[in-house]
Design a protein around this ligand. Structure first.
Ligand SMILES: *Cc1c(COP(=O)(O)O)cnc(C)c1O
Length: 384
């Protein structure tokens, strides 16, 4: 694939050259096998054992590298397995600086698994990137950024953080799950590593759990590949196939997610019972200008609170929704509603999460690609 090939072509063809030399199938075969015959010890055709490598997974990994403008892609059994692999690059005594409104599962992995291995985590607000510099010291090895953040839709200036990371020779990883590579390409903005929960928009159909890492640098890719193989949290061939199929429509899906997200955000903003609406497309969003410069559009994730809302009123509202499904997760074709305080962010202590705005009445929407009018009518009846 040529360097200047556009994104909408890459999602379909990127990394997919000569995918099936045997029969020329257009989609890669699902190599549902654990092992590969050898003619003599070590005499194989590039694959020995499916933890180390599987042709369907390789096809997916090449596609992931292509759509994120990286050189190497690695696919894992879940998004958290991918982050787990990144943290295994570290050693006891190392320090990590991360955003303070992080995906709850990432926070749990950091504070309840890796903290016990002697790694120190600093969770800070990063809406002003310069604030990071106060926490950098000689032991800092990783800055971990999520933007837009989950569920508060804060925007972090990736270029500005990358400049700080570069200055201090610290690795910068960006969880690009919410934005997707269609909207934001962190490697081009100076990040060293991009991570996805491919469970979400990449897969796009709520039918798999998967994670991904994409990097440019060969040495970093080699270290991560070693961990992927040594720790073994790989994804299977069937899921690799499904994720590849999802990627082929990523651009059209996300375009519609953005259109519907905008319509829903504007509807909520004008509704008399709604208090705050969190969506980076609003001109009065604190980092709207940064969102505009580093993203191609504003995505389909919208969070909101109601006036005088309580835990009970939020629960009542999500239970009344009919087109939106009450469920964890996001990024699928169907619209989902979640209650972060009791669902995705329940593992973060109440006082910690309320500091960042995850109050009891907050509702998070993953706006799907159904008809816009049906989504708005549904929200309207649930609010009424
Ligand atoms: C879901 C999610 C993860 C974790 O991914 P899994 O595939 O569920 O393990 C990490 N980061 C973000 C932003 C997510 O939404």
């Amino acid at each position: 694939m040529k360097k200047n090939t556009q994104f909408n072509t890459k999602v379909i063809h990127g990394g997919q050259e000569n995918i099936d030399p045997a029969y020329g199938s257009v989609m890669p075969p699902i190599y549902q096998t654990s092992t590969y015959s050898q003619t003599t010890p070590g005499g194989h055709k590039g694959f020995e054992y499916s933890r180390s490598g599987n042709p369907t997974r390789t096809a997916l990994e090449n596609s992931l590298a292509s759509i994120e403008n990286g050189n190497y892609g690695l696919a894992f059994g879940s998004g958290l397995a991918a982050i787990d692999a990144v943290l295994k690059l570290l050693k006891p005594g190392d320090e990590v600086i991360s955003t303070n409104d992080l995906y709850g599962g990432s926070y749990r992995l950091f504070t309840q698994v890796f903290k016990d291995f002697g790694i120190t985590f600093h969770f800070i607000g990063m809406s002003n990137a310069a604030a990071i510099e106060d926490y950098v010291n000689a032991d800092t090895k990783l800055i971990w950024v999520e933007t837009p953040t989950n569920p508060m839709m804060n925007i972090i200036d990736i270029k500005a953080v990358a400049a700080i990371a570069k200055k201090h020779d610290v690795m910068l990883g960006v969880d690009n799950t919410f934005a997707t590579p269609y909207l934001q390409q962190p490697l081009d903005l100076g990040a060293d590593l991009v991570m996805h929960s491919a469970t979400k928009y990449i897969g796009g159909h709520s039918d798999l759990v998967m994670g991904a890492l994409i990097v440019k640098d060969k040495e970093l890719a080699d270290r991560l590949y070693f961990i992927q193989n040594a720790s073994g949290a790989v994804c299977g061939p069937m899921d690799s196939f499904l994720a590849l199929r999802g990627i082929k429509t990523l651009h059209v899906r996300v375009q519609r997610h953005c259109e519907n997200g905008k319509a829903v955000a504007n509807f909520l903003k004008d509704h008399p019972k709604v208090d705050k609406v969190y969506w980076p497309g609003f001109e009065d969003h604190p980092n709207h200008d940064i969102a505009k410069s580093q993203m191609n559009d504003f995505g389909g994730m919208v969070s909101f609170t109601t006036k005088g809302g309580t835990l009970q009123s939020a629960v009542d509202l999500v239970e009344k929704l009919e087109v939106f499904t009450l469920a964890e997760s996001l990024g699928g074709v169907e619209s989902l509603a979640g209650h972060p305080a009791s669902m995705t962010h329940a593992s973060i202590p109440k006082e910690e999460r309320e500091k960042t705005g995850v109050v009891d009445s907050l509702i998070r929407l993953s706006v799907g690609i159904e008809a816009e009018d049906d989504l708005i009518r549904d929200l309207n009846q649930a609010l009424g």
